[in-house]
Design a protein around this ligand. Sequence first.
Ligand code: AMP
Ligand code: MG
Length: 473
Amino acid sequence: MTNESPRAEELTYSATKTGTRSILPDNMISVEEARARILEVFSVLPAVETPLGDAQGLVLAEDVSATFNIPPLANTGMDGYALRAADTTGASYDTPLELHVIGYLPAGAVFDREVQPGETVRIMTGAPMPPGTDAVVPFEETDEYDWTKADAKYQQGDWQNAPRDRVRIDVAAQAGANVRAAGEDVRAGEVVLRAGTVIGPAQIGVLASIGVDRVMAHRRPVVAVLSTGDELLRPGQPLVPGKIYDANAFSLAAQVRAFGGVPRILDVALDTVEALTARIHEGLADADLLVTSAGVSRGDFDVVKTVLAAEGEVGFWTVRMKPGKPLAFGRFNAPNGKRVPHLGLPGNPVSAMMTFELFGRPAIYKMLGRLETKPDAWQRPTVRGIALDRILNTDGRRFYARGIATQDNEGAWQVRLTGPQGSGVLTSMSLANAYAICPEDTPAIEVGETCEIMLASCVPTEVVDRESLRVEL
Ligand code: AMP
Ligand code: MG
């Protein structure tokens, strides 16, 4: 073990091997400490030119400016008649006036001659204002609908060849009425998005609106995901006695994707040093993070520990949290000389997901550059709310109970649990939209007491009752 992984060494390989719970608390680290140590090892990945369609969730590496106005030309915000506002002075339903219709202008075209006093152009939303006009009177304030109802050609959709000479204007227009000014949204030369901005749907829309099809953004981390265990089958294979399906590779890969990374699922590694070593080497070449599940606890075949120690540097931590106490973290020596951070998660499916939520997500966010401007950007929103179920916390760890959080009519939060909370009960996750957090030093949260609720949007927001899924057989 080298100095590059400071403080990772004092832990608990030997402590956990003794198997006695009584000595564990001395060696336990808090969730916060584990996260801080993990984050130290990661840095922001380089910026690369990225097609706009792949940019969602990435962080802009440079300011982006517009080279022209948006909208480029003043245009109409309504379907109607473009005219000179002064021509409509005094118009009302009792005293309508008439203008001479000199043309029709759909969106996408420009009108090529100056509109004179007494003239108007029938115009569609988004079309540039014809020269000379300064207002649009919407169809509703004209005799448009009387006319369109009566005109056969118009009814066949042949609008352009259904010209009309005159239109009745029923309401006086103010100059500028229903006109969207050039540059109203964005001015030429203006910075529309700053470096450090997280690119979401609206930012993608803005970039497209200024004609940008590629951006410089920090690239997505590639995360190799490796399941270990002799008992594992891949979904799709026939079930055999004694075996279980590999849930972790898929839930973890989905988390990687949801957090903004690119998952790479490696073939399952059997519980032998050779198999594991080979698999890991295969997966490391272009990975920015290796995530393994299982093999870090105290079982006879938990070989991840052995391989890790031989192939890199690693700390084995017991984190004061439930689910998900054992955790390995270190760096692996890849065949190409790279040193790849490794997060060794517990095998129980709930623990694996929970630890990846608390430690993998921040790591991915850091690599994406999302922590540069907001160091706690990985944090989920938390609220305080009433526990509708008792939350029992027996062993002095922080308990993340899977729950369904709802708001009552006054907006107050409440949370009930999703049923059995064992760390192998993965449906407790799939039914949850939140975690009710019971602090380390609190043995129980009683019904009606207030607790902290972490709202987790990677799980469905629609509330499903466990009972409603059960079918009577
Ligand atoms: P371990 O950490 O190897 O002792 O595994 C703890 C528990 O998690 C055992 O019951 C394993 O069968 C289970 N487990 C390990 N890996 C997976 C996986 N990829 N998918 C589902 N369950 C797993
Ligand atoms: Mg195992």
